[in-house]
Every structure is written in C-alpha cells, then in structure tokens.
Design a binder for this molecule. Structure first.
Ligand SMILES: [Zn+2]
Length: 196
C-alpha cells in the first residue's frame, strides 16, 4: 500500500490526552516501545510515558518519518520488530513542526517529498467540505493528518501486520504540543470505544 493522504484526510478522529500510564512499565530495562519522533521536537519521552528510559528505543529524524524507506529508518523498524520484539510503536509528531508547515518545493534531498502532496490533498478536502480554519488550526490539522498517514502506512507493512496478529503489537499516533508541554493521541472514532 502506498503512502496515502487521501484516506488519512477523511478519517474521523478525536484527540485525547495521553495518561502517563498509557503504556505500563514492565519495570525491566528492556525496550518495549519503538518511539518515532522528530529531531526538532523537544519532547522528553519519559515525561510523557512513565516507563524506564531503557524501555524506549528512540528513532528520531526530520519529520518522524519511517515511510521514506531510508536505510536508518528501515533498520530501526526491523531491529525493533524482529530482534527486540517491541509491543508498541509510537509515532510522535509535534505541532509547529517546520518540516510539515512549510509547503516549499525546495526539498532537502527529496526527504519531504510528500509534504507538497499533504498540503494539496488537505486544501482540496477543506474546500470540498467548506471548512474554514484559522492558520493555527490548519497547521495543526496538517500535522495530525501526517501522523495518521504515517501510522496507517506502518500498520500495512508485512512485518508489522505479522507482529500485530502474533503478539498484539499496537501502533499509536501521538502529537506533542510544546506550548502546553503535553502530548495528545489521535484516536479514530471507530476505535474510541475499542482497544487502545
Ligand atoms: Zn519537527
């Protein structure tokens, strides 16, 4: 399945707070979470989740992107799934991320090639649905759609699907708000009353 914003932009979801015990600590210094974050996010992962630092394998890059399939991201995903056998993957974007906000064709080595597409798809959707958003709301929605598309892409990878079926691997979409120093999670409406 290709990386896709058309599905993500139409998702119905709510933003819920992330309680610190959202993922329970095992108490053992063994990674149980792959945390995919952005290099210019100032989040401290263990302030969001009350787990030991050793329980989180952090992979950060420009824009918290795995789907670009670069060697580092691909290896981190495979390492965490096949060797560490983590039980959770958290994709944590952040509001006011410069990478997502800027719709500039001047790409950094093609790294954010999908951002122009994100802006276009979102603009089309907003005009179809006659939604008028403030600039701040618009920027927040861009980030949320990006994180939702990223988590959707991850769920559809064969080794991820296998781990979800075999050992209940869970994928979580988080967005960090630096101003409020808190994280929210994006939960699709159909999942609100279901499992995490
Ligand atoms: Zn960022």
């Amino acid at each position: 399945m290709p990386f896709d914003f058309n599905t993500a932009v139409r998702k119905r979801y709510v933003t819920l707070p992330v309680p610190r015990d959202f993922i329970l600590s095992s108490g053992a210094p063994k990674p149980q979470i792959l945390w995919v974050g952005c290099s210019d996010s100032f989040i401290i992962e263990t302030e969001t989740l009350d787990v030991l630092p050793e329980e989180i394998f952090v992979h950060r890059n420009l824009g918290s992107i795995l789907h670009n399939r670069d060697l580092s991201s691909e290896s981190a995903l495979d390492w965490c799934l096949d060797l560490l056998k983590v039980n959770h993957i958290v994709v944590c974007g952040h509001y006011d991320c410069a990478l997502i906000r800027e719709n500039d064709a001047n790409e950094v080595h093609g790294w954010h090639k999908d951002v122009t597409r994100l802006h276009r798809t979102t603009a089309e959707y907003l005009s179809e649905t006659n939604k008028n958003l403030s600039e701040e709301e618009h920027d927040r929605i861009l980030e949320e759609i990006y994180v939702l598309a990223e988590t959707e892409w991850i769920r559809n990878q064969s080794n991820v699907e296998k781990a979800m079926n075999e050992r209940g691997l869970q994928i979580h979409a988080f967005v960090y708000d630096k101003v409020q120093n808190r994280c929210v999670r994006l939960v699709e409406s159909k999942m609100v009353n279901g499992t995490k």
